[in-house]
Design a protein around this ligand. Structure first.
Ligand SMILES: C[S@@+](CC[C@H](N)C(=O)[O-])C[C@H]1O[C@@H](n2cnc3c(N)ncnc32)[C@H](O)[C@@H]1O
Length: 223
C-alpha cells in the first residue's frame, strides 16, 4: 500500500517541480534520494519518471524512497551517467539539479536527444550558473524562464531551457542577469548580490571582474 508523503520538498526542489509541465514524463538526473520524482508522481503531476544517478549509493537511497512510497509502478530507478542510459521516449522534461554548472552543461552536451526542441530542461546549478548560461547561449539553447529561491539561508537559481538552434553572443553581464529582474524581485536581487560578492572576491586585482561587478551593481540599484 502506498504511504502518504511525509516530507516536503525544500524551496529549491519545489521551484524545480514547479517548472515541470503537467502530464510530463520526467527524468531526474542525479536524483540521490529521489524526492523530486516521488513527489511529482505522488501528487499526480507526472505519470511516470526515471530517477537516475551515476553512483550506486545515492541510487539505493532513491530506490528506498520509491519503495517506501509504493511508487515502483511509476518510477524506474536507473544507474546512468547523465542521460546516457535514458531514452528519448522516457522523458519529456529533464531535471538536473544540485550539480555544478559545468557538469550540467557537459551532461546536456552528451545527451543525444537534447536538441529535440520538444524537450524541456530544468536546470539548477549549485555553482557557476554564469558559465552554464554562456554555454547554453553559445550552443543554441533558449532560456524560457528563470527564477530564484532561498533554501537553508542560501540563494539558488533555476532555469527552464529548450533547444532553439539560435546562437546568440551576449555581453558578459547577460550571463549573470539573464531573465532576472533584480530591481523588482527580492530573491532575484539577493541572487545577483551574491554573484557580485563572489566576483569581488575573485577580482583581487583583476580589473575585469571589478568592471563586471560594477555593471551588476548598477543593475540592482533601485532607480
Ligand atoms: C548534491 S546531489 C543532488 C541531489 C538532488 N538532485 C538535489 O538537487 O537535491 C548530486 C547527485 O548527482 C549525482 N551525479 C553526479 N554526477 C552525475 C552524473 N554525471 N550523472 C548522474 N548523476 C550524477 C551524484 O551521485 C549525487 O547523487
Amino acid at each position: 500500500m502506498s504511504q502518504a508523503i511525509n516530507f516536503a520538498l525544500d524551496s529549491r526542489l519545489a521551484l524545480c517541480a514547479d517548472f515541470v509541465r503537467d502530464g510530463a514524463k520526467v527524468a531526474d538526473i542525479g536524483t540521490d534520494h529521489a524526492y523530486l520524482p516521488v513527489w511529482l508522481c505522488r501528487i499526480g503531476k507526472c505519470p511516470s519518471a526515471v530517477a537516475a544517478d551515476i553512483n550506486p549509493d545515492p541510487l539505493q537511497r532513491g530506490i528506498e524512497t520509491i519503495e517506501h512510497y509504493g511508487m515502483g509502478n511509476k518510477i524506474t530507478a536507473r544507474l546512468s551517467n547523465g542521460l546516457q542510459n535514458i531514452s528519448s521516449d522516457e522523458a519529456d522534461d529533464i531535471v538536473i539539479a544540485g550539480m555544478g554548472g559545468e557538469l550540467i552543461a557537459s551532461i546536456i552536451q552528451d545527451c543525444n536527444f537534447a536538441k529535440d526542441s520538444t524537450k524541456h530542461f530544468i536546470l539548477q546549478p549549485m555553482t557557476r550558473s554564469e558559465m552554464l548560461i554562456k554555454w547554453l547561449c553559445e550552443n543554441g539553447y533558449e532560456i524560457l524562464k528563470r527564477d530564484c529561491c532561498v533554501a537553508a539561508k542560501k540563494c539558488y537559481t533555476v532555469l527552464l531551457v529548450k533547444y532553439s538552434g539560435e546562437i546568440i553572443t551576449r555581453d558578459e553581464s547577460y550571463y549573470y542577469l539573464a531573465k532576472l529582474n533584480p530591481k523588482t524581485n527580492k530573491t532575484h536581487h539577493l541572487f545577483v548580490k551574491s554573484q557580485i560578492n563572489r566576483l569581488l572576491k575573485q577580482a583581487k586585482g583583476d580589473v575585469r571582474f571589478d568592471v563586471l561587478a560594477k555593471q551588476l551593481e548598477e543593475s540592482i540599484n533601485y532607480d
